[in-house]
Design a protein around this ligand. Structure first.
Ligand code: FAD
Ligand code: DLZ
Ligand code: SF4
Length: 503
């Protein structure tokens, strides 16, 4: 009988990954290791989520008859890295073969391919698209735009389709999804879960070992099992999906989740299945429980953006995180690690990131991301921050969003224009500016909103690269019409950049 070792990583907590294995024959290897817990300074909630979900998954596997070789972080024989854990398991079990599902970071793909015994790597079946189909799709295309990819995914899955056409006649209802939220709006809360004994033990461990990392560990209210993640998703469908689309881009002071699903940690760790959640959202539409703009918007994020960034990451290869198309060099301002800034939008986004290990998409893109891009921060530093501070961050999904979508550092591979804005956009989509010491209506004065001058400075500075971009044509024409004000704007921006750590 051939005996196999199968490695399960902390974001591979899905039983179907073992479909090709046999519980009577094979051993599952899982390990909490220093290298994975420290390659960036992860938010304590992220480490706790990962370790607790791993421990619960291992228990479920054992209950189902699997042999699981599991090392805890504080075991006396704890291993420092995944390869060391695998090596120890090889010695212990003397397998005939070793297999794993392709990890979601090039770093670990390399570690496993350099491993001294051969590791048979299987494609991750939890994604709807495949690398082969994407390469075929990308072959010969000048631009790899998400929208075209997404339409193909709709056809492939049949989600929200009427024959070959999109249900309701339009592929993308984003135009209906840009409402700001008034302060009188009734908001649902995401479903929360009390830590059980296993999670409490993990929380104590994380407090002891990683208590100095940026981020608040307790209270910890995430789901850590498939069953609870399903309950969190059911709650979202019932309470938040109906308004998800309309308020997708809205931001409100003190409101950290609005109508977002907060399921990215569960999807990315393998506790929820992407196609399944999309089918359930589609069913809510057919049952009359949620409108098309919400359901299409939600499904697009998953079979569109999520699948697309997965493919871009592996398509572009290991050098992606070093890309710096706009040659930005500044260090990340210190308040990214404290939230201590007078810019209200930034302090809101950063303090909620510290407390929740979560911020929603528009906060990540149009507040912290926008500011870093306008300020010319080195994209590698921005990338490291996003990879560290969010509970859902693994490089395959974080890097394309940060390096590509948010920092425009990949030379336009992902986006047709940089996502930049001045304070007006933030004021339109949020109530932050009302409570800010800077004045959004002011442009170049001492108390003017920093986003305003930095925005024009950014366009001016990158004119050579961006000046011919048709999507920015209007903005450059406006800038040219402001000839008499340009000097004041640039002076104000340079002044802000000189004391960027003190804003
Ligand atoms: P919802 O708004 O409820 O959306 C539903 C689901 O759609 C999400 O759970 C997520 O799985 C998927 N989704 C939505 N937008 C994207 C996107 N742009 N890319 C991939 N999937 C998407 N997402 C991560 O999962 N991990 C990251 O590390 C991450 N880093 C980001 C960094 C930056 C700079 C930006 C701009 C975005 C990043 N995102 C990342 C995408 C997005 O912000 C999060 O997926 C989303 O905020 C998660 O919250 P939610 O579950 O409430 O999402
Ligand atoms: C994120 C993470 C952490 C904090 N710790 C572990 C760990 O100890 N063991 C493990 O197998 N996985 C961990 N992970 C998840 C991995 O880093 C993840 O599999 C890779 O980043 C690839 O996506
Ligand atoms: Fe942010 Fe400017 Fe508004 Fe202040 S005024 S909250 S800095 S956009």
């Amino acid at each position: 009988m051939t005996r196999g070792l199968h490695l399960i990583l902390g974001d591979q907590l899905t039983p179907s990954l073992l479909d090709e294995c046999d519980p009577d024959r094979d051993v599952v290897v899982m390990a909490e290791v220093r290298a994975e817990a420290t390659y960036v300074s992860h938010h304590p909630k992220k480490i706790a989520f990962c370790f607790s979900a791993m421990r619960h998954f291992a228990e479920e596997l054992r209950d189902d008859g699997w042999t699981v070789d599991y090392t805890k972080y504080d075991d006396s024989d704890a291993k420092t890295s995944i390869s060391e854990a695998l090596e120890a398991a090889v010695k212990e079990h003397d397998p005939d073969e070793i297999h794993a599902v392709e990890p979601g970071e090039h770093r670990l793909v390399k570690e496993l391919s350099d491993f001294k015994h051969e590791v048979t790597m299987r494609q991750d079946p939890r994604f709807i698209s495949t690398a082969e189909a994407f390469e075929e799709w990308a072959d010969g295309r000048k631009e790899l735009r998400m929208e075209w990819f997404y339409r193909d995914m709709r056809k492939q899955t049949g989600l929200l389709m009427e024959g070959d056409d999109p249900l309701g006649g339009k592929w993308n209802l984003d135009g209906e999804n840009r409402e700001a939220a008034g302060s009188d709006i009734k908001l649902p809360e995401p479903k929360t879960f009390e830590p059980d004994e296993i999670t409490e033990e993990v929380l104590d461990l994380v407090e002891k070992e990683f208590g100095d990392n940026f981020g608040t560990l307790r209270p910890f209210k995430f789901a850590i099992t498939r069953k609870d993640a399903e309950a969190a998703f059911d709650h979202f469908i019932e309470k938040a999906l109906p308004d998800f689309g309309t308020y997708q881009d809205a931001m409100l002071t003190g409101e950290r989740f609005l109508f977002h699903s907060v399921i990215s940690p569960y999807l990315n760790a393998g506790l929820l299945d992407p196609l399944d959640v999309c089918r359930r959202a589609e069913q809510a539409y057919h049952d009359g429980d949620a409108p098309l703009n919400s359901v299409e918007g939600f499904i697009r994020q998953i079979i569109g953006w999520r699948e697309y960034v997965r493919r871009i990451y592996f398509h572009d290869g290991p050098g992606y995180t070093e890309r710096n198309g706009l040659k930005a060099k500044r260090s990340l301002p210190k308040y990214y690690w404290t939230g201590e800034t007078d810019m209200r939008c930034m302090s809101e986004a950063i303090t909620q990131t510290r407390d929740e290990a979560y911020a929603h998409h528009i906060q990540r893109l149009m507040i912290t991301g926008n500011f870093a891009l306008l300020a010319g921060v080195d994209p590698a530093e921005v990338h490291e921050w996003y990879l560290a501070v969010y509970i859902d961050a693994y490089e395959w999904v974080e890097a394309p969003n940060t390096i590509g979508m948010s920092q425009y550092a990949d030379g336009g591979l992902m986006g047709s224009k940089p996502y930049v804005s001045g304070g007006n956009y933030i004021n339109k989509m949020s109530d932050y500016c009302k409570n800010c010491s800077y004045k959004v209506s002011k442009k170049t004065e001492e108390d003017a909103c920093p986003f305003n001058a930095l925005y024009w400075h950014f366009l001016d500075q990158h004119r050579k690269k961006l000046g011919d971009n048709t999507r920015l044509g209007n903005m450059y024409r406006t800038w040219d019409r402001m000839a008499d004000k340009q000097e004041a704007y640039l002076k104000r921006a340079n002044d802000l950049l000189e004391r960027i750590d003190d804003l």
